[in-house]
Design a protein around this ligand. Structure first.
Ligand code: HEM
Length: 376
């Protein structure tokens, strides 16, 4: 007797529930789904699927490889109920991926741009419309070419060889994991992480341009169907920050904590239009092994700490350090400023709040496979 064990997507690597020692498996294609039937349902194996949507199966198909995992009965039921694809990732693969990412991050010192890549992938989430978010859609040219993403193709290129080495880990996971590890490598807090974000499948899932915040006026609407339209309060940076981050589901405290991401990195005239060009500042002029120039928010801009808030709160800070209009708004707005003061004087509070907010950012709008994800 054949048992229906799941309905699966037609791309990437998937896991199937099947017998470890029997080949009695049948697929039926109905529209965009394949239905898998098997006489047993004891284990899970990963099976590559051709872009055409056909399952690729050969001799390894029925062998339980090092990455095979046995599902608990609870998650088996969840999987059945939701008809979702279950992606198995074992601890060995997780450790190897972590080591490869950390090696690349240390070699390239790319922490800031990897954090920015991940934030721009997830930061286009619109909670009301339920679109955008941490789904890897930034890998598509259509999104990479959005004005706010200038410079980010370089960051994506750093991740491509790693993605190729771990084809069964999704783009959204790799982008967000690289960011979380970048914060750690730069000396920041450990941010809890789980695998299993479902990747956007095509450019059709790229949201309209204009959901990311602007660093200066005139500010755009940043929400709804036409986010690029001018905002009614186009010269008000606090209103802009609230519109953008409330749209994602964040509150004032989280806006301030997340802005602390600017404790690392630089702005470049030739990318965003903000900051210095190649000539740089006294803090960025003599860099080796990374893009030259730009303006940093802090003197030690590869070190994650609470210096961003100390500089921000200091009216006599070195003018060679960058303060965007949206950074200054955090001091000028009384509600935001409460948190600036706390973070400027208490680094461990900043680390704790940043870690929570960054975790939330890294999961905005994500759909999980398996449901609930797989903790790293
Ligand atoms: C609050 C609203 C925000 C605005 C208006 C803003 C704006 C900008 C701008 C204009 C740049 C310069 C880009 C370039 O010229 O290459 C930049 C860089 C950066 N942003 Fe933000 N950002 C915001 C929030 C965030 C958040 C929430 C994070 C992360 C949690 C973040 C992380 C970074 C990092 C790490 C860089 C440096 C990238 C590099 O060095 O290549 N930003 N941001």
């Amino acid at each position: 007797m054949q048992v229906l064990v799941g309905v699966f997507r037609h791309s990437g690597y998937i896991s199937i529930r099947t017998s470890m020692n029997s080949g009695r498996i049948a697929f039926t294609s109905i529209g965009s789904f394949s239905i898998l039937r098997s006489s047993h349902s004891r284990s899970v194996c990963r099976v590559p699927v051709r872009p055409s949507g056909r399952f690729l199966f050969g001799s390894s198909f029925l062998q339980r490889g090092p990455q095979a995992t046995v599902l608990s009965s609870a998650s088996r039921q969840q999987t059945r109920a939701a008809n979702l694809v279950t992606m198995a990732i074992d601890t060995q693969t997780m450790t190897s991926l972590r080591n490869d990412l950390i090696e690349m991050i240390k070699r390239t010192k790319a922490m800031p741009i990897l954090v920015r890549l991940a934030w721009h992938d997830s930061g286009d989430y619109d909670a009301r419309l339920g679109t955008g978010g941490a789904n890897g859609s930034i890998r598509f040219d259509k999104e990479l070419q959005h004005g706010g993403n200038a410079g980010l193709p370089g960051a994506l290129n750093l991740l491509k060889p790693i993605k190729e080495k771990y084809p069964n880990v999704g783009w959204a996971d790799i982008i967000q994991y690289a960011s979380v590890l970048s914060i750690e490598v730069a000396g920041g807090p450990k941010i809890p992480f789980r695998f299993g974000r479902v990747d956007a499948q095509s450019e059709n899932e790229v949201p309209p341009e204009g959901r990311l915040p602007a660093g200066g006026p005139p500010f755009h609407k940043a929400e709804g169907e036409n986010p690029n339209e001018p905002a009614p309060d186009a010269d008000n940076p606090s209103a802009h920050l609230r519109r953008v981050f409330y749209r994602m589901g964040f509150n004032d405290q989280e806006i301030v904590a997340l802005s602390g991401g600017h404790t690392i990195g630089r702005a470049f005239k030739f990318r965003s239009g903000f900051g210095a060009g190649e000539e740089g500042t006294k803090y960025t002029r003599t860099v080796t092994g990374v893009t030259k120039g730009g303006s940093s928010w802090t003197p030690d801009w590869l070190q994650f700490n609470n210096m961003y808030f100390k500089v921000l709160a200091d009216p006599n800070a070195d003018p060679e350090l960058l303060k965007l209009v949206t950074d200054k708004a955090l001091v000028e707005d009384a509600e935001f400023n409460k948190y600036v003061k706390v973070y400027a004087s208490d680094e461990s509070k900043f680390f704790a709040d940043y870690s929570n907010a960054h975790k939330k950012l890294s999961e905005l709008g994500s759909k999980w496979d398996p449901p609930g994800g797989i903790p790293a």
